[in-house]
Design a protein around this ligand. Structure first.
Ligand code: CP
Ligand code: NVA
Length: 315
């Protein structure tokens, strides 16, 4: 049974396969639905809000020939104390796979261990691997000039700057996935937002060398970058720290002046939702360097390829 809970649950070779299939699915979307999930039902369980992930997975399962079963944690017995293990065991009797967005990453691991179906991480407090994979695909489409067989290779050695909340799930995904794919990941955020012991432990467990650096100096991180990334300053679940974070992270706003220090052909990316005027200026969001809506679209294509890959490797 294969799961996709973290970036390294796919080997680099499998990532190349997923990217190639995502490119093919994207190219053929207008004309064809596939049968990769034919006669299957997949549960989509959300403990947190979502716009992109929820809709792209629901549409994705449908386009692969399966039935998406939308589940809000609040409407389920799990929110009244039914255990994760029992929920996983019961749902495994009905469904062929699960997509879960939750707080504690450990819930995903327990669900995967207790159930008998593939589990996909649709964001946890620790990682957002579907977003990371999509972001890499979106860059590779450009850097490998539409040649899917070169997508993974085209990422190697590129410098990525990640600004703002450098301890959040997206930053962790860049630390882990960046090491796996050979990217240089320059993180710039306030003191106290260094990558955690937990993400460093994960790198070690996966046998990966650190390819990230951390600085409090935004300009140093952005200099010479091929892509500049930011995420919200207040992730879901961190609302009580809002006032403090907004103050602390001010120097890391991606604005035109900061972006001009990156390579002239650098891209700006954001997983969205964005808060214009906080982590990024409205001007940068709307600039020709910004590829945020291609990122959002590609969630659909890349997740379809991940779903199909896991369905193929079920047994
Ligand atoms: N980027 C992302 O995961 O968006 P949603 O929270 O809207 O799903
Ligand atoms: N870091 C953000 C990502 C949202 C897609 C959060 O967890 O809220």
């Amino acid at each position: 049974m294969r799961h996709f809970l973290k970036e390294t649950d796919l080997t680099v070779a499998e990532t190349a396969t997923v990217f190639a299939q995502a490119a093919a699915l994207k190219a053929g979307r207008a004309s064809a639905h596939t049968s990769d999930l034919a006669r299957q039902s997949w549960g989509l369980l959300f403990f947190k809000k979502s716009t992109r992930t929820r809709v792209s997975f629901q549409v994705g399962v449908h386009e692969l020939g399966g039935l998406p079963v939308m589940l809000n944690a609040d409407d389920m017995q799990i929110s009244r104390g039914e255990t994760v293990a029992d929920t996983a065991k019961v749902l495994s009797r009905y469904l062929h796979g699960m997509v879960i967005r939750c707080h504690e990453h450990a819930l995903l691991e327990e669900f995967a261990q207790s159930g008998t179906m593939p589990v996909i991480n649709a964001l946890s407090d620790f990682l957002h691997p579907c977003q990371f994979m999509t972001d890499m695909f979106t860059l590779a489409e450009r850097w490998a000039k539409g040649k899917p067989e070169q997508y993974v290779q085209s990422l190697k050695g590129r410098k990525i700057a990640f600004l703002g909340d450098t301890a959040c799930n997206m930053a962790n995904s860049f630390v882990l996935g960046g090491a796996a794919l050979g990217l240089e990941v320059a993180l710039a955020g306030p003191k106290g937002f260094e990558p955690s012991a937990e993400i460093k432990k994960q790198l070690k467990q996966d046998g990966l060398k650190e390819t990230f650096s951390f600085t409090t100096d935004a300009t140093a991180a952005v200099k010479g970058a091929d892509m500049v990334y930011t995420d919200v300053w207040v992730s879901m679940g961190m609302e009580s720290e809002k006032a403090e974070r907004l103050k602390l992270m001010q120097p890391y706003q991606v604005n035109a002046k900061l972006l001009s220090l990156a390579k002239p052909d650098a891209y700006f990316m954001h997983c969205l939702p964005a808060h214009p005027g906080e982590e990024v200026s409205a001007e940068v969001l709307a600039s020709p360097q910004s590829i945020i809506f291609d990122q959002a679209e590609n969630r659909l294509h890349v997740q379809k390829a991940i779903l199909a890959h896991l369905a193929r490797h079920r047994n």
